[in-house]
Ligand binder design. Structure first.
Ligand code: ANZ
Ligand code: ZN
Length: 854
């Protein structure tokens, strides 16, 4: 038999699957459905190893579930709007549309070369008007439902790129690409009202327990950030109005020594009038990064205004009012009271500005007379003191007491605050979905009528100067007002590209339709049963999609609230790093000398091997999947991706590991196609009698069918690979040429091929054919296991030497004591410890243990 021709075989099966439409599915209420989805890629140009891992995981699930009789939806598409396309246009003069579509074409070919079981008829590219027209309609529906609105707000503004940046795109106060100090600007932006669903988005996380990683649920929990507390209204001295603050610690009110407002608080603006010093301080605060991390690490600074407030419960006591850099306008009320003894930021601030520090929570077992506050605030439990009517209460009781009294005197109330903010979706960029709105001098902001959708991006744009090309376009933005017919101007902002990924999973259920998706199709297929992707989306994409699904439900598009019933977040693909001459080297730039040292390929310079790190271009520790698939084939890449670690853990890509997968595939090919035993024809009934050896292998097959299924169901693909390998060892070492052996060999080969099919589908289809079958494994059923045969007929025996565990062995159940002792004494560890002497005593307990006394 010829050696395994990977290239030819893989290409042939890929085109057979496509020809036969093996992965094309339709909604069919008579069949149970299963929707498996991998996070769709940004079309950057080439697939990387992270993609290979992600899509292999999904493909195993899809093929396995198909074999288990499910109607499996497994689609793929492109998250095609975004900045890299615009950068390519700026740097290389190629139009974003052209660049994106060329990348899509190249990557589609690469994915096809991996043998992934996608229903390609459902492919979508989010930059196509046939896709984004639907989200324009959704947006208009959101506006109608009060779920989208426009408001003026403070945003991160990159003065070089002339665009808003998301908080994540501001690094150390500078724009991530321009490096220019980011400013805060007040701009009119569109927002989606994600906060309306805060309670539900938080509460529903409980229902995902066990189906979503705890880590992701926790991150969302913290991001949504529910805080229970109180609002307190402090009367401003000498004025009619009051200053409202939010606190989670009303119990510490008697320890308050100052109030502070955000630099963007209306009171700050008022006090800054005619006060250049304060104006300068506010401007400085606005130059600071807006992320919580920035604020946490910055030195706490403030400006003392001439304002003072009255303490609500201590007659005559007043507190100064500061403008402070650590108070966020977007949280709570944008103002705080500071209690330095029990809050670290307040303490740092109080020390700097010499404000009183009065402890009001007494730690357990502490004498009030000895309490002092050094440079650490006390945030633990205790009893309230120094606090009038609260004295002696514990913290919770005091919180409640203060809130109640504030309510009575009309100076505050209990309240819940959320860290979650509404989602600002306006971007001043070209390569995104146009916001379907029109501005009219007389009518204000007018929605684009639905019959005029989509608002398409103009093709003829210039990238020769910074800023948004839509804004500079000579004609595009000029239009007639849909309401009065007068001259009007189109909105030139586009949507945040997270908009597109918030609903693509629904579009896949009916991807070619004239409407966003057919309700019946969506009802049948959704939710996604298994979603797989990177943990970097733990909050952003996964939270936006959960919100969007709820919003779509409330606008009548969908019936469900949770889009992803199951979630797996895969770990990174990592690789060693290499350096020589102070620069990073790609793995193919180095080679090993005969002496075993790494040197550069050209020049033979010594190479330092560094840590194993996430593959990245900056460290040059990347391996191009195209090269691996080109030389070893897709099945090898797939098998290696599955073998090494469970999906959620990082995986180290090694040459040796790939080589091992490659050798295994070839071994399976050889053992089956070059088997010297003449196999009975396919479908020959099982002989009545089997030899003990044949029976053992036969039972092992049944056991492994169950074990592999269980491993795949639990996402333990590495265990599934190990189980398959173990079984193949048993099958390949079955000697003898009797009818029973020959029959079991065929049974074993067929079982093996069917179990491996979800992982290495090309090899398995080919072997299935070689074994005399016309059917295709891609659509075949999972092998049936006889549970009674799969029962454990072996036991694990512990081998101890002088009471210490030295080995374990697998033996047939109820083996004799003699057999147990004989095997025990053959264990290398036991031989070593006996140092050539015979044991003083050996005790065997059947099915359990052998103890050797040396
Ligand atoms: C007084 C106080 C005393 C506070 C004390 C804490 C400890 P979480 O738990 O994150 O919700 N705060 C309120 N609004 C703020 C804003 N806009 N910017 C910065 N800080 C703000 O935090 C709530 C606490 O953070 C609030 O409770 C307030 O300080 C502060 F011993 O009020 B606290
Ligand atoms: Zn008008």
């Amino acid at each position: 038999m010829a050696r395994y021709n990977v290239k030819e075989t893989e290409a042939r099966w890929q085109s057979r699957w496509a020809q036969d439409g093996c992965f094309e599915v339709e909604a069919d209420p008579a069949k149970p459905k299963y929707y498996v989805l991998e996070m769709f890629p940004y079309p950057s140009g080439r697939i990387h190893m992270g993609h290979v891992r992600n899509y292999t995981l999904g493909d195993v699930v899809a093929r396995y579930k198909t074999a288990r009789g499910f109607n499996v939806l497994h689609p793929m598409g492109w998250d095609a709007f975004g900045l890299p396309a615009e950068n390519a246009a700026i740097e290389r003069g190629v139009h974003p549309h052209k660049w994106t579509h060329e990348n899509i074409d190249a990557m589609r070919e690469q994915l096809k070369g991996m043998g992934l079981s996608y229903d390609w008829r459902r492919e979508v590219a989010t930059c196509d008007p046939s896709y984004y027209r639907h989200e324009q309609k959704m947006f208009l529906d959101f506006v109608k439902a009060g779920l989208a609105y426009r408001k003026e707000s403070w945003v991160n503004w990159d003065p070089v790129e002339n665009t808003v940046l998301a908080n994540e795109q501001v690094i150390d106060g500078k724009g991530w690409r321009s490096g220019a100090p980011v400013e805060k600007r007040k701009l009119n932006q569109w927002f989606l009202k994600i906060t309306q669903y805060a309670e539900d988005l938080l509460g529903a996380l409980d229902g995902l327990e066990g189906r979503w990683p705890d880590k992701v649920r926790l991150m969302q929990h913290n991001w949504i950030g529910r805080s229970e507390g109180a609002r307190v209204r402090f009367q401003l001295v000498g004025r009619d109005d009051s200053l409202e603050v939010f606190t989670t610690r009303p119990d510490t009110l008697f320890g308050a020594s100052f109030c502070a407002v955000s630099a963007n608080h209306p009171l700050a603006a008022e006090m800054a009038e005619g006060n250049e010093e304060l104006q300068a301080f506010i401007a400085e605060c606005n130059r600071m990064g807006t992320s919580e991390a920035d604020i946490e690490t910055a030195e706490k600074r403030g400006y003392r205004t001439t304002l003072e407030v009255e303490h609500p419960f201590v007659p005559g006591k007043t507190l100064p009012v500061y403008v402070a850099n650590f108070v966020l306008m977007e949280y709570g009320t944008g103002a705080i009271f500071g209690c330095p003894a029990h809050d670290q930021r307040d303490l740092d601030f109080a020390r700097k500005y010499d404000l009183p520090v009065l402890p009001v929570v007494l730690p357990p077992e502490t004498d009030p007379a000895t309490v002092t506050v050094a440079d650490e605030a006390y945030t633990g439990p205790g009893k309230i003191f120094n606090s009038d009517f609260l004295d002696g209460m514990d913290i919770e009781a005091a919180k409640s007491e203060v809130a109640g009294r504030l309510e009575t005197i009309g100076r505050g109330e209990r309240t819940t605050t959320w860290r979650l903010r509404d989602w600002g979706v306006s971007r001043q960029r070209y390569w995104g979905c146009p916001v379907p709105m029109i501005h009219c001098e007389s009518c204000g902001v007018v929605p684009v009528p639905e019959d005029q959708l989509p608002v398409e991006l103009p093709e003829d744009v210039e990238f020769d100067s910074p800023g948004n090309p839509l804004d500079r376009h000579p004609t595009w933005k000029h239009t007639a007002c849909p309401s009065c017919g007068g001259e009007a101007r189109r909105e030139t902002d586009t949507f945040d590209t997270f908009f597109e990924s918030s609903w693509y999973f629904a579009r896949f259920t009916d991807a070619q339709g004239e409407i966003a998706f057919d309700r019946d199709a969506a009802d049948y297929w959704l939710p996604v049963d298994q979603y797989i992707g990177g943990v970097e989306h733990a909050v952003l994409h996964l939270l936006y999609a959960r919100f969007f699904t709820r919003a779509l439900r409330d606008c009548g598009y969908l019936s469900i609230a949770e889009p992803f019933a199951g979630l797996v977040t895969q770990g990174m693909v990592c690789h060693e790093t290499y350096r020589a001459d102070g620069r990073w080297l790609y793995p193919d730039e180095i080679t090993k000398t005969d002496g075993g040292d790494w040197v550069t390929v050209d020049g033979g310079k010594p190479v330092t091997v560094g840590r194993v790190e996430k593959m990245s271009k900056s460290k040059r520790n990347t391996v191009d999947p195209a090269n691996i698939i080109g030389s070893y084939g897709a099945d090898t890449a797939r098998l290696f991706m599955l073998s090494d670690s469970p999906p959620e853990r990082d995986l180290e890509w090694t040459e040796a590991g790939v080589d091992g997968a490659w050798r295994y595939i070839n071994r399976v090919w050889r053992e089956i196609t070059e088997c010297p035993t003449a196999l009975p024809a396919a479908g020959t009934p099982k002989p009545a009698e089997l030899s003990a050896e044949a029976e053992t292998v036969y039972r092992a097959c049944h056991k492994t069918i169950l074990a592999v299924a269980d491993s795949i169901e639990r996402f333990r693909f590495n265990s599934a690979v190990a189980q398959v390998r173990e079984l193949s060892n048993q099958i390949f070492s079955l000697a003898g040429t009797g009818a029973g052996e020959a029959w079991v060999l065929r049974f074993g080969f067929e079982t093996l091929v069917r179990l491996m099919a979800p992982m290495t589908p090309h090899l398995c289809e080919e072997l299935w054919r070689q074994l005399g079958h016309d059917s295709m494994l891609a659509t075949a059923a999972w092998p049936e296991a006889d549970a009674s045969l799969a029962e454990n007929d072996t036991v694990t025996i512990a081998i101890q030497v002088n009471g210490k565990l030295r080995a374990t062995i697998e033996m047939a159940k109820d083996s004799s004591k003699d057999a147990m002792i004989e095997q025990a004494l053959e264990q290398p560890n036991v031989i070593k410890l006996l140092e050539g002497k015979s044991p003083r005593k050996v005790i065997a307990v059947p099915n359990k243990i052998v103890n050797v006394v040396a």
